[in-house]
Design a protein around this ligand. Sequence first.
Ligand code: F6P
Length: 367
Amino acid sequence: MVNRVGVLTGGGDAPGLNGVIRGVAKAAENIYHAQVFGFMDGFHGLVENKYTVLDQVNTSGILHRGGTILGASNRDNPFRYPMGKDEEGNIIWGDVSDQAVTNLTRLGIQALIIIGGDGSLHMAKQFSEKGVKVVGVPKTIDNDLDATDQTFGFDTAINTVMDALDRLHTTAEAHHRIMVVEVMGRYAGWIALHSGIAGGADVILLPEIPYDVDIVAKKIKQRSAAGKGFSLVCVAEGATEKEGEMVVSSVVADSFDPIRLGGIGQVVANKLAQATGLESRATILGHLQRGGSPTAMDRILTTRLGVKAMELAVNGPYDHMVSLQGTEIVAVPIEAAIGSLKNVKSDSEIVKAAKAVGISFGDTFDD
Ligand code: F6P
């Protein structure tokens, strides 16, 4: 009988993490009479044995709060953990996953709920292979995980971007400018695609559809000729020009995926200013997309995911994650979620619909 469960929030944060924690803790107490140990700062707390016991009281009043009451980290991989530095200042890496398993055993924890994106779910799989009973909860604002229709945090992020586009719309119109908005999403264009449509962008640039600056410029000039002297361009951080490369802003050595993208917005703004003769400005929304209060959709989704994760932690199946499939929350093998990233398909219905209302992806030009 499982009556002690661990939970941690791995990777970068996303609005809704607290909703999952609350769902787990409340279901644990109300239905399963189980105790929940929340590890602090993701896998760091699991390795260093830093935790707090979660209950009805300390998980109350957190549903509307962004961030995570447990803290998060997108470093601290137990299978490649920083152990110190050598004489030349290089980080020495070590596998401390046994230490993490020992901590779980000493605390009497029989199942571990890992809330995270592809990096954390990879580690979940590795812990499962070491015999830990693991349950995953898919999280990322990027919505790039396979085997779930939507990840939590995505809806809040696209609403934040939509609001920014609405605000930029008015100033763009007043000054007859091109406003370029750079949004997150790593190697997938979901945030740019959905928020661009919702915010009435004229151009959306995605990693999955390489663009040609001249085609984008032609679209903007066509708008000007038709009396619309301003344009809104929504650019995914991973967008690439045809025969170009992604723009990297930094490299974080001890992260599961060390590459941090960023900077394409200004590049696009400069090139469009030159190609059109119009004034242009770039806005990078950055971590604003990860902050703030979750939307109603994310609050409901995370509550359901947390409750289902607790059910799996008690009854299995293990080595599975909870997943939104249509309107139902179901269990799917973690393996299915981490096999490959979910990308936008250039011939999908949603891309076709966007093109049908006149949005340019910078790939083709119809007069
Ligand atoms: O995966 C979520 C995400 O916000 C990406 O969209 C972005 O590229 C990355 O994390 C930023 O990571 P960091 O928080 O390390 O800057």
